[in-house]
Design a protein around this ligand. Sequence first.
Ligand SMILES: NC(=O)c1ccc[n+]([C@@H]2O[C@H](COP(=O)([O-])OP(=O)(O)OC[C@H]3O[C@@H](n4cnc5c(N)ncnc54)[C@H](OP(=O)(O)O)[C@@H]3O)[C@@H](O)[C@H]2O)c1
Length: 211
Amino acid sequence: MKVLVAGANGHTGRLLVQYLHEAGHEPFGLIRKEEQKAKIEELGGTPVLADVTHSDVGYAVKGMDAVIFAAGSGGSTGADQTEAVDRDGAINLVKATESLGIKKFVMLSSMAAGEPERGPESLQHYMKMKGEADDYLKSTELDYTIVRPGGLTHDESTSQIQVGEKVDQGTISRADVAKTMIACLQEPNAYHKTFEMIQGDTQIEDALKSL
Ligand SMILES: NC(=O)c1ccc[n+]([C@@H]2O[C@H](COP(=O)([O-])OP(=O)(O)OC[C@H]3O[C@@H](n4cnc5c(N)ncnc54)[C@H](OP(=O)(O)O)[C@@H]3O)[C@@H](O)[C@H]2O)c1
């Protein structure tokens, strides 16, 4: 499967490219900077220079079988970037995917997206913006999956997770988030689903079948 990973130079994005390649898929890494190309190639991906906030992002999506959004403005930028990247950039990519007739889209969202009152004050704007992007994706005809992890860690993968419409606050490794998002591509039971996720004691494949 040809899969575009937006945010491919990010911590989770790099793992997505690596694991997609190892699983026999053909990953394309959407990156913003020329100097990030070598890393994507080293991980087994094909680099694509693009910016999710630009209206012409469709050229990066063309020819793909699926799209994964793992980009994010990060904690060190202001509210304007949260709106531009986490909400509008995500929506931009969803629109490009839909207009090109590609069906599968996996969104890296966040626990409590759309429910800012569940999070700390400092994250409430971010959660609102993530919720708005998720709502847009849900309104489309795409075979979407919206993955809402708790706090992301750099721990090793255990491939053991807990999923649910809502789960208790907790953490999960970026490695297991990446593996779960990839598994969602080919698990029809995960299509048209939104779920929260933390580290747990259920194998990823079984957890997705339980949704
Ligand atoms: N941190 C947490 O605990 C947590 C919890 C739940 C959900 N999340 C979500 O998970 C996402 C991924 O986390 P992470 O730590 O892997 O992220 P990360 O390392 O910060 O990577 C984000 C990537 O997005 C890219 N990006 C930013 N703006 C872009 C744009 N306009 N167009 C294209 N790419 C753009 C960045 O590119 P550059 O490399 O060029 O800067 C970066 O590579 C976060 O953004 C957040 O929404 C995080």
